[in-house]
Design a protein around this ligand. Structure first.
Ligand SMILES: *Cc1c(COP(=O)(O)O)cnc(C)c1O
Length: 421
C-alpha cells in the first residue's frame, strides 16, 4: 500500500508520515551531495537544476526596487501586522497591475496577498478541497501542486501536455478525465518545466472546456510576461467570463526576487461566481491561518509595480532569449538529447533523453546522478516533474556558465555513448 500521509499506530504515539511525493528541491540536494563539491578546482559545480536566477549577476533586480523596500522599512510605519488578506494599497497595486492586461477591471477585493506564489498554490488548493474531490494537474508539471494536493487529500488526475504541439493541453483527454467531483484544472503559462507560451486561441479553448466541465481554472502565471518567442503572454483572466479563474503570481520571477516571498492569489472572475459571501469568508479565514508576507515588503509593492522601468524587464527577457538560444543550439550538438519544442518563455526547457544511444546509463535518474558525479553539472531528471527519460534544463544562467555546462554535458555523453566518436 502506498503511504500517502496515512496514519500508522506505533504504540500510543500516532505517527503520520510525510507524503512520498518527489520534490525538485529533494532531488537536487541529493544530486548536489553526489558531486565532488567545489573541491575540484577545475570543475566548479554548475547548477542548471533550480529556477533561481539570482545565482547569476546578469539576473539581478534593479536598484529602484531595492530602494522601495529600504524606504518602507526605514519609514517605521510597517513594523506591525498587516490585514491577513494584505495591505489595502498592496491589493490595489496588484489589481491595477493585472487589470492592464484584461478586458475588465479587477477590484482590490479580488486580490489576496501571499508569501510567494507557493503560498497562493497552497491556499487555493486548501480552499477548494473537499471530501471526494479531484483536481487536474499537468504532466510534466510543477511538483508542489501534487505535494499540496496529497496533503489536502485531493485526488490527483494528471493530464498530458503534448511535446510535439508546443506542450499544449490535450483537451480531449481532459474531458475524459474530469467528472462531477473535479474542482479545477491547473494551467501553467508561461510554462515550467516546458517553456511553453500558449496562444490566445488555445487559452480560449481551455476556458471553453472548463466551462463545459463546470470547473474552475487555476492559472499559474508566476512567469507572466517572461515570453520571448512568437506568442505574446496572454493572461488566462482574459477568459474569466467563460470560466472562473484563480490567477496566481508573484514578484519572484519577473522582478528576480524569489527570496522576498511576495505573491498573490486573485479571483479573475467578472461574472462573480466566486463572489458568494460564504466562499469569500472561507478565503479570508484561510488568510488568517497563513498570516501573509512581511508588511514592509507588501508596502513596497505599489512603488515596485509603478516604477520598475520597461528597460529592466526588456533586459531580462532578452537575456533569457539569448540563453534559451544557446541551450537549443548546444542540445543539437548532442545526439542522445533532443528538444521537440523550443522554449518561448519562462526559464526552463524539457529535452528528451534517448538512453538507447548510451552504453551504461539506465534512465534519466542514472544519467543525472552520473553527470553530477563526473562533471559537477546539475540537471533535473524528468521524473521529478512527471516524465521519465526526459531532462529539465534551466537556462536562467550566465551565458559563459551555460556554455561550460554544455561542454561538460557533451563530453559526458560522448564518453558514455555506444559509438565512441
Ligand atoms: C517558481 C514557481 C512557483 C513558486 O513561486 P514563488 O513565488 O517563488 O513561491 C510557482 N509555480 C511555478 C510554475 C514556478 O516555477
Amino acid at each position: 500500500m502506498e503511504n500517502n500521509g496515512v496514519h500508522q499506530n506505533f504504540g500510543q504515539a500516532q505517527v503520520i508520515e510525510a507524503p512520498t511525493n518527489i520534490t525538485i528541491k529533494g532531488i537536487l540536494s541529493l544530486l548536489m551531495a553526489n558531486t565532488n563539491g567545489d573541491k575540484d578546482d577545475k570543475k566548479k559545480v554548475i547548477s542548471l537544476g533550480i529556477g533561481d536566477p539570482t545565482a547569476y549577476s546578469c539576473f539581478c533586480t534593479t536598484v529602484d526596487v531595492q530602494q522601495a523596500v529600504v524606504d518602507t522599512l526605514r519609514s517605521n510605519k510597517f513594523n506591525g501586522y498587516s490585514p491577513t488578506v494584505g495591505l489595502p494599497q498592496t491589493r490595489r497595486a496588484i489589481a491595477e497591475y493585472l487589470s492592464s492586461d484584461l478586458p475588465y477591471k479587477l477590484s482590490p477585493d479580488d486580490v489576496y496577498v501571499t508569501a510567494g506564489c507557493t503560498q497562493a498554490i497552497e491556499m487555493v488548493l486548501s480552499i477548494l478541497a473537499r471530501p471526494g474531490a479531484n483536481i487536474l494537474l499537468p504532466r510534466p508539471g510543477f511538483p508542489i501542486y501534487g505535494l499540496c494536493a496529497t496533503f489536502r487529500n485531493l485526488e490527483i488526475r494528471y493530464y498530458d501536455l503534448l511535446p510535439e504541439d508546443g506542450w499544449e493541453v490535450n483537451l480531449e483527454a481532459i474531458e475524459a478525465l474530469a467528472d462531477h467531483n473535479t474542482i479545477a484544472i491547473v494551467i501553467i503559462n508561461p510554462g515550467n518545466p516546458c517553456g511553453n507560451v500558449y496562444t490566445r486561441q488555445h487559452l480560449e479553448k481551455i476556458a471553453e472546456t472548463a466551462k463545459k466541465l463546470r470547473i474552475a481554472i487555476i492559472a499559474d502565471e508566476v512567469y507572466g510576461h517572461l515570453a520571448f518567442g512568437a506568442n505574446p503572454f496572454v493572461p488566462m483572466g482574459v477568459f474569466g467570463s467563460i470560466a472562473p479563474v484563480f490567477t496566481l503570481g508573484s514578484l519572484s520571477k519577473r522582478w528576480l526576487v524569489p527570496g522576498w516571498r511576495l505573491g498573490w492569489l486573485v479571483t479573475s472572475d467578472p461574472n462573480g461566481i466566486f463572489k458568494n459571501p460564504k466562499f469569500i469568508e472561507r478565503i479570508k479565514k484561510y488568510c488568517d491561518i497563513c498570516g501573509g508576507p512581511a508588511t514592509f515588503i507588501q508596502a513596497a509593492v505599489p512603488l515596485i509595480m509603478e516604477q520598475t522601468k520597461a528597460s529592466f524587464f526588456g533586459k531580462t527577457v532578452n537575456m533569457l532569449k539569448h540563453t534559451a538560444d544557446i541551450c537549443c543550439k548546444k542540445v543539437e550538438e548532442i545526439p542522445c538529447i533532443t528538444c521537440p519544442s523550443k522554449p518561448e518563455g519562462s526559464m526552463a526547457v524539457m529535452v528528451k533523453l534517448n538512453v538507447s544511444l548510451l552504453k551504461d546509463i539506465s534512465d534519466d535518474m542514472d544519467f543525472c546522478f552520473k553527470l553530477a558525479k563526473e562533471e559537477s553539472v546539475i540537471i533535473l531528471p524528468g521524473l521529478a516533474v512527471g516524465l521519465k527519460n526526459w531532462l529539465r534544463i534551466t537556462f536562467a544562467a550566465e551565458p559563459a556558465a551555460l556554455e561550460e555546462a554544455f561542454g561538460r554535458l557533451k563530453s559526458f555523453c560522448q564518453r558514455h555513448s555506444k559509438q565512441q566518436n
